[in-house]
Ligand binder design. Structure first.
Ligand code: NAG
Ligand code: NAG
Ligand code: NAG
Length: 387
């Protein structure tokens, strides 16, 4: 023991004792025992408890961990140039245009609202009613396939009678799905957007007409459209900043929705898209109500039809009781972390969205028909069964 190891830890001492002196056969046996004893608490615990537990945590929360670490591997996109938005019902259009640095036209531009429709009948009603006074032509395309390649009924065709107010101004198209198994859903989505370009040409759109490119649930406010159709010199492509809501107007998330855009149509150049196409963003231009469905069955449909179907990692995510519970809490359907670019924002947004009791500045048709759309208003999170 006077071999210079006397400073080592107690377990090492014991091992040195046994392992250093016994006969050869005993030596290997005891060495094994020594190794096991030496590693006993540390390594064995690590191997048989922490490693499996770690794998389990990764399996259950891997996506969360990678989202949480997102600020490390992804930097935020270039910020938009956000332009101020002036509006008051009692301010004349001429003054409003001038406040934005634009002139006023002698007559308004024609306005085309083009959407790919899935199954959002209520939200489409609120959207079209909101914009109706200023829209020249409603263009709607629906497919018998979801983006994820599941067959779907032609929901708009089955509900046409609800849209009588738009009938005389509607260009409606149907496209057959390609039903490619295992394909990236973004391919089917892109395919449908190209078809929408063709439908737009059929609808009679011309140069300098305004074209609204947005999902059905991204609703520009009527006064925003009115401003842009009346003012001269507006940007060729303008993104719209919308207020983000989840499940209903009870859960206001943030004002960071930017994908909706308004274009001054250019023949041969304008292509229907849902990604970033310019750097200019008009502030406070409407509402984006995600997963704002009346029936739990529609949540289930959307969760499966969604382009991010990989987020349904466990079958219990599709349990209707869980979905109802998540809606009333303002929590996340996929148990994900907020998609943000800084730790501060991720942490600030973790957990459920606080309830909002404001129903000020919501689409007029929604308030005028509140009994019909009760589930979209604060205090009515419980969904009807069936559907
Ligand atoms: C708008 O103008 C009308 C007529 O001048 C006035 O009666 C009304 O109170 C004004 N509304 C607001 C919100 O200022
Ligand atoms: C989808 O529509 C296309 C074209 O109308 C049709 O040929 C096809 O049979 C339909 N598929 C399903 C699954 O409904
Ligand atoms: C958007 O949200 C931020 C942060 O809550 C706030 O400071 C800003 O005023 C909001 N902008 C609009 C147009 O509501």
């Amino acid at each position: 023991m006077s071999d210079g190891y006397s400073n080592s830890k107690k377990t090492d001492d014991i091992c040195e004792d046994v392992c250093g002196q016994g006969p050869r056969a005993v030596l290997s046996m005891s060495r094994l025992r020594c190794i096991l004893r030496g590693f006993h608490l540390n390594v064995l615990l690590l191997l048989f408890v922490f490693v499996p537990a770690g794998i389990m945590v990764l399996y259950l929360h891997g996506q969360k961990i990678s989202y949480f670490l997102r600020p490390l591997w992804e930097s935020p996109p270039k910020p938009f140039h956000e332009i101020p938005h002036y509006y008051h019902e009692n301010v004349s259009m001429e003054t409003l245009c001038r406040l934005h640095g634009w002139g006023i036209r002698e007559s308004p531009r024609r306005v085309f609202d083009a959407v790919l429709f899935s199954n959002e009948v209520d939200i489409l009603t609120i959207r079209w009613q909101e914009m109706s006074p200023h829209v020249t032509q409603f263009v709607l395309l629906e497919s018998n396939s979801t983006f994820t390649g599941l067959p779907k009924p032609l929901v708009f065709a089955g509900n046409r009678e609800k849209f009588g107010f738009a009938k005389s101004r509607l260009t409606y198209g149907v496209i057959g799905g390609r039903f490619k198994k295992g394909e990236n859903p973004f391919v089917e989505e892109a395919y449908q957007r190209v078809a929408l370009d063709q439908l737009l040409r059929i609808s009679g759109i011309e140069d300098d007409d305004l074209l609204i490119m947005s999902d059905v649930d991204e609703i520009p406010s009527a006064h925003t459209i009115d401003l842009l159709r009346w003012c001269d010199d507006i940007p060729q492509i303008l993104h719209l900043q919308l207020r983000n809501y989840l499940y209903s107007f009870e859960f206001y998330l943030d004002n960071k929705s930017w994908r909706a855009s308004i274009h001054r149509y250019q023949r041969g150049k304008t292509r229907y898209a849902h990604f970033r196409q310019s750097d200019v963003l008009l502030s406070d231009a409407g509402w984006h109500c995600s997963f704002c469905f009346r029936h739990i069955s529609e949540f289930l449909f959307k969760m499966k039809a969604y382009s991010h179907y990989d987020r349904v990692r466990f079958p219990h995510y599709l349990n209707p009781d869980r979905i109802q519970d998540v809606i009333c809490k303002g929590a996340d359907l996929f148990d994900m972390l907020p998609e943000e670019y800084t730790f501060k924002e991720i942490i600030g947004k973790m957990g459920p969205i606080p309830h909002s009791f404001s129903a000020v500045h919501l689409p007029a048709y929604l308030l005028n028909n509140a009994p019909q759309f009760k589930y979209l208003l604060p205090g009515n999170c419980v969904r009807e069964s069936g559907g």
